[in-house]
Design a protein around this ligand. Structure first.
Ligand SMILES: [Zn+2]
Ligand SMILES: [Zn+2]
Length: 136
């Protein structure tokens, strides 16, 4: 536990959930939020979300680790996902229309173990489009 090799630190963006170097995230976050606002305004009303807030832990007293920060940021980004009205799976809002176009709905019930794994994997990456290709 004592000698963890120093890895280059990265931080998770609390808006999009992607990882950035501790320097570049400072540049990325304002841009990401701007992009988020534009995207959100273009969404149909039922898909619009409240603006993401920087998780508490990120602005706290400093008694937390980078991993805690990243976890909080990750969950914050997950909250940005919106559910498909047909199957209930969640996607980034810009991916949802792509998914809904080829979603047959209710697929979650017939998922086998491998499918669940694949589903989770694709979910994580939010590759709505690729997911459709596989399912269809
Ligand atoms: Zn971002
Ligand atoms: Zn769906």
């Amino acid at each position: 536990m004592s000698q963890t090799p120093r890895r280059p630190p990265f931080k998770v963006c609390y808006i999009c959930g992607r990882e950035f170097g501790s320097q570049s995230i400072a540049i990325h976050e304002p841009k990401c939020l701007e992009k988020w606002r534009i995207e959100n305004n273009q969404l149909p009303k039922h898909l619009r979300r409240p603006e993401p807030k920087k998780p508490e832990v990120l602005t706290g007293s400093g008694s937390y680790t980078l991993a805690d920060e990243n976890e909080a940021a990750y969950y914050s980004a997950q909250a940005q996902l919106v559910p498909c009205r047909k199957c209930g799976r969640t996607f980034f809002p810009d991916r949802l229309p792509v998914h809904e176009r080829c979603c047959k709905g209710g697929a979650t019930q017939s998922f086998g173990k491998l499918d669940i794994f694949l589903h989770l994997f694709l979910h994580k990456l939010s590759f709505g489009q690729e997911f459709c290709k596989i399912v269809v």
